[in-house]
Design a protein around this ligand. Structure first.
Ligand SMILES: *Cc1c(COP(=O)(O)O)cnc(C)c1O
Length: 397
């Protein structure tokens, strides 16, 4: 294969015969949605993250909707969150009829700045929705403390963070125990493990978990798994408005295989991230992501801030022309047309750092199957962009 034909995508799921076999088993079993495979996946996921309960749903967006509803978010309320996130974070708040109150991200990173939370709290604040952006844990210790202090529940958007860890009580603990009140995960193919689409809610609360189980299946009092196994005729009823947010057994069977792979995937991803950081440190104007010493990222994405004299789009196009896919930094929700109406949200602080992070940063390829050679190639192609070679000369122009 010539150099020119080499293609490096920005991400790539790890799926093979193990997942094929798992799906085959489910198809031939005759039970294909929210049955034994979903129950087994929930049990294994709960054990993996150290949670008392895990409830599987159709995706992370529906997980966020149910989490917000469970802590009582409803029409007219506000939820403190970041604009610098995937749009689903804020959309879930709007599904509840509530208003996202956006605060800015921290300096030198892409997560919520905890210093800005308290000033954003109003009598209408019903929850804090923090995000472990790009798989990097946000400062949960401080965020949870602020939440406790003001009796405001904390929900973690852990869409990208399966396999990430933080140091707590002197031990490494996986994201999802959860450290806040509820954590929500995604199994979209752009994340570290995938079920095609899929989501999971983890919590220590029996009450929340029961609500999730009721709401995910039309508000049905007795699930069909129970009726199926019963020797007596039972009628179900529908005490509350529910949704169809079910995960299928086909997805869950894939998820169980993915979960077995997860520790190995994270180990390789951490190695790739370390190689990027080693090779990109000390490049004038380029900022590599920093992992605080109390956290271990799963490196769902590796995002670098470009020198301010380098054009983001041009850099990405040059790399794409050479077969290397990248993505721009994480979006800003408040800048999208769906949020152009001021009645859809409140900017509780300046969002300058969020905007800068979107416009000045680039996500480099990172996936477990990447070879050390691939990493060298990406770094070489990036640094061969002329502006990198002569930063001072170009700055002068
Ligand atoms: C991917 C993602 C979501 C949405 O997850 P889905 O499973 O696609 O619904 C929500 N929040 C963040 C931060 C994400 O990255």
């Amino acid at each position: 294969m010539s150099e020119m034909s080499r293609q490096i995508p920005v991400a790539k799921p790890v799926l093979d015969e193990l997942e094929v076999e798992a799906v085959r088993r489910v198809v031939l079993s005759g039970w294909v949605t929210q049955g034994p495979e979903v129950a087994a996946f929930e049990k294994e996921f709960a054990e993996f993250v150290g949670a008392s309960h895990a409830c599987a749903v159709s995706n992370c967006t529906t997980a966020l909707h149910l989490a917000l509803k469970a802590v009582g978010v409803s029409a007219g309320d506000e939820v403190i969150t970041v604009s610098h996130s995937f749009i689903a974070t804020a959309n879930a708040i709007r599904y509840c009829g509530a208003l996202p109150a956006f605060i800015d991200i921290e300096a030198g990173g892409y997560n919520m700045n905890p210093d800005l939370i308290e000033a954003a709290i109003t009598p209408r604040t019903k929850a804090i929705l923090c995000v472990h952006q790009l798989g990097m844990p946000c400062d949960l210790r401080r965020i949870v403390e602020i939440g406790r202090c003001h009796s405001i529940p904390v929900i973690e958007d852990a869409a990208c963070a399966a396999g990430s860890e933080i140091l707590g009580e002197g031990q490494w603990q996986r994201i999802g125990r959860p450290h806040g009140d509820i954590a929500c995960f995604s199994f979209h193919p752009r994340k570290v493990v995938t079920t095609g689409d899929g989501g999971m809610l983890t919590t220590a609360s029996d009450e929340y978990d029961q609500k999730f189980r009721l709401w995910r299946q039309h508000g049905m009092s007795i699930p069909d798994t129970v009726r199926h196994g019963s020797k007596q005729v039972i009628y179900e009823d529908y005490p509350e408005l529910g949704y169809n947010y079910r995960m299928t057994d086909l997805q869950a069977a894939i998820g169980r295989e993915q979960l077995k792979r997860l520790p190995g995937l994270v180990t390789r991803r951490r190695e790739v991230a370390r190689q990027y950081t080693d090779r990109l440190s000390g490049i004038p104007g380029l900022t590599t992501p920093v992992e605080p010493d109390w956290s271990r990222s799963n490196w769902q994405s590796y995002c670098v801030a470009l020198p301010d004299w380098i054009d983001q789009r041009e850099t990405m196009q040059t790399l794409l022309d050479r077969g290397i896919s990248t993505r721009r930094g994480i979006m800003n929700i408040h800048l999208e047309q769906a949020y152009s109406d001021k009645a859809t949200h409140r900017a509780a602080t300046s969002l300058a750092r969020s905007v800068e992070a979107q416009q000045g940063s680039v996500i480099l390829p990172l996936y477990a199957q990447m070879t050390d050679f691939d990493v060298v190639l990406v770094v070489e192609e990036l640094l061969s962009i002329p502006a990198f070679a002569e930063p001072t000369a170009l700055r002068a122009i």
